[in-house]
Design a protein around this ligand. Sequence first.
Ligand code: TYM
Length: 330
Amino acid sequence: MGRVFSGVQPTGNLHLGNYLGAIRNWVAMQEEHDCIFCVVDLHALTVAQEPEELHAHTREVTAAYIAAGIDPKRSIIFNQSQVAGHSQLAWLLGCFTPLGWLNRMTQFKEKAGGHRENAMLGLYGYPVLMAADVLLYKATHVPVGEDQKQHLELARDIAGAFNRRYGREVFPLPEPVILGATARVMSLRDGRNKMSKTEPSDYSRINLTDDADLIAKKIRKAKSDSIMGMTYSPQKRPEASNLLSIYAALEGVSLDEVCARFADSPFSDFKKELSEVAVAHLGPIGERMRRLLSDPGYIDGLLREGAERARALADPILAEVEQVMGILTP
Ligand code: TYM
């Protein structure tokens, strides 16, 4: 039985991409794996955060995990900062990460934009902390959306470099698990850009906290085209293809089936059906999130308990790494 690790940053605007690309897949994995789901607050700090918002968003992501079906008794849910081993191992692994590897990371280039000299060390070193997250638990499987693939390849390279240096298999090489057409959910305003937390227009995404009216309105206003009948062709019809994939993922049916069902439908009719499906699936999740968030003490208790369980797994692994490296622990 493999060990699963994954995480979401508490940066607000948790959206349908985070749900269909990641969180929803985690729920099924709980059946067969030993799972650790982290709210990666240290990663969130790599871009400016208001302290009260970071606080609130950490609880919000925790509530989303549970509302989506993660069982906090079975799986471990905690926030990253509360297990010191993440930062400690990140330092150690940074000593096995050539700058050339970090310079290739496309997410850093996108986030730093044209001002690389002003970018923070934390943002640059972000993928090393991500490697530490996974390797601290010797996780074997990491379910993520497609945008995290490059970071996980780096984690594998770092693990391999460490193992080779000491001539033993301290770390298993973690496998990314990237599933289906919704591993990359696109913006509702432009089917060529991915749905993201930071896109200024809120109409580009469906947030997990949106109510039924807002979900329906966002789908009604989503960009469409004037071709008669729905067809899946990401190159030619990016918006139609994105919405068809979302429909298939929410309904749990194949893309072929959805395409056959709507082959003769006008875009507007398809959107009505999609709204119903989206509201039926996401409405109860939002509802559960709101209920959970009305009791912050409960969420904080779960996170505290989760951090204790995570520490119990991480401490012996960190001790092994230190011992292999020759760190004196008097
Ligand atoms: P984050 O917080 O940006 O996103 C959380 C998860 O959601 C996925 N995702 C998407 N999937 C499909 N379509 C989209 N439009 C979309 N947008 C986001 C992401 O791929 C991710 O799986 N670095 C990570 C967090 C992290 C992590 C880890 C993940 C830190 N340490 C260790 C796995 C293992 C991130 O920024 O995710």
